[in-house]
Design a protein around this ligand. Structure first.
Ligand code: ATP
Ligand code: MG
Length: 310
């Protein structure tokens, strides 16, 4: 990675930058009018984005080293988006300064039969990051109130008791998700929720790119085009989800994603803000251990090879 020429961002400045993307708990979000997917802030030019992102990645790397040494908190980054919104690129660029041992990415696809034999949060619980590390959910437990809501027949395959499939299922799932996240936060898992918000027109352009460029064909599937036909239903499901599950302890951020460079920067600032809030510290050794270390140092120094005489 190239050495970033820009100075690290101080927390107050960083907070100010990410504030517009945070969904206020209890607010009545109107996705279409409240959040512009094409937004980019004018204090960062596209030409400065690479070095700003490198700076953010380096800062994240330093915080993760302290997070690991402290071994008390984990950070869970929840990434949700429509197809082609840039989840994979965001993960790659935002985390490239972090020690690979301290980060894990888990992608959630259509559940396997074994997963369907458990409650709907089970597979997400099993994939949580351990203390000291950063875990990314590439799609997440929120699919359970997104794709499953847009295609309610999926619910029929979840082997649920009849009462769990009644009309209030989504309201109940929001509550259960909020309760689960509250439990995680209470137990040291800090949660960063990012919705990469892309416009329908930008998705159309990116799909066309994926069809036109042979090297990108693999990124496109017929299923993506089919899901696009449900665009409005997805936007509605996202909107409901944002209203119901942006909480004080785990707020949502709607990241404008039509400009890839800006989405990556904003995501890196939002994750950094949580790490700054945790402010993990290297553990200090107690006086007795310090004495032991001094003794060992003496021994090691005494073991130094004698200078050879020529
Ligand atoms: P990419 O296309 O970049 O590889 P992706 O996340 O879109 O990434 P896909 O394999 O294309 O990965 O799609 C995974 C699919 O799995 C999505 O359509 C998603 O909605 C679906 N999925 C995820 N979780 C669930 C769930 N709990 N129930 C049903 N479908 C789900
Ligand atoms: Mg896909």
């Amino acid at each position: 990675m190239t050495k970033p020429p820009t100075a690290p961002l101080a927390r107050p400045k960083l907070r100010k930058r990410i504030e517009p993307f945070r969904v206020k708990p209890g607010s009545d979000v109107k996705l279409e009018s409240d959040f512009d997917p094409g937004f980019k802030e004018d204090f960062v030019a596209k030409s400065d984005a690479t070095s700003a992102l490198a700076e953010g990645a380096a800062q994240l790397g330093e915080y993760q080293a302290r997070l690991a040494a402290q071994d008390t908190y984990a950070v869970l980054v929840v990434l949700q988006a429509m197809d082609a919104a840039g989840k994979d690129g965001t993960i790659k660029h935002v985390l490239n300064g972090v020690n690979p041992q301290g980060v894990g990415v888990r992608s959630f696809k259509v559940p396997e039969p074994t997963e369907l034999q458990h409650d709907f949060l089970w597979r997400y619980q099993c994939a949580l990051p351990e203390r000291g590390s950063i875990g990314i959910f590439n799609r997440s437990h929120y699919e359970e109130v997104l794709v499953v809501r847009v295609h309610p027949d999926i619910l029929d395959n979840q082997h649920l008791p009849a009462a769990a499939k009644k009309a209030d299922v989504w309201k109940r799932r929001y509550r259960e998700i909020n309760d689960w996240e509250r439990y995680l936060v209470d137990n040291g898992v800090r949660i960063v929720k990012l919705f990469l918000h892309i416009s329908k027109e930008e998705q159309r352009q990116r799909f066309l790119d994926r069809i036109d460029e042979p090297d990108k064909n693999w990124k496109f599937s017929v299923g993506d085009a089919l899901e696009r036909q449900h665009w409005d239903e997805y936007q509605h499901a996202y909107q409901q989800m944002l209203c119901a599950t942006s909480t004080r302890y785990a707020p949502w951020h709607v990241v404008p994603a039509d400009h890839k460079w800006f989405a990556r920067l904003a995501a890196s600032w939002i994750i950094l803000d949580t790490l700054m809030d945790i402010d993990p510290q290297f553990p200090k050794v107690d006086p007795k251990t310090r004495e032991q270390l001094a003794d060992i140092k003496k021994q090691l120094t005494a073991e130094a090879p004698k200078e050879s005489k020529n």
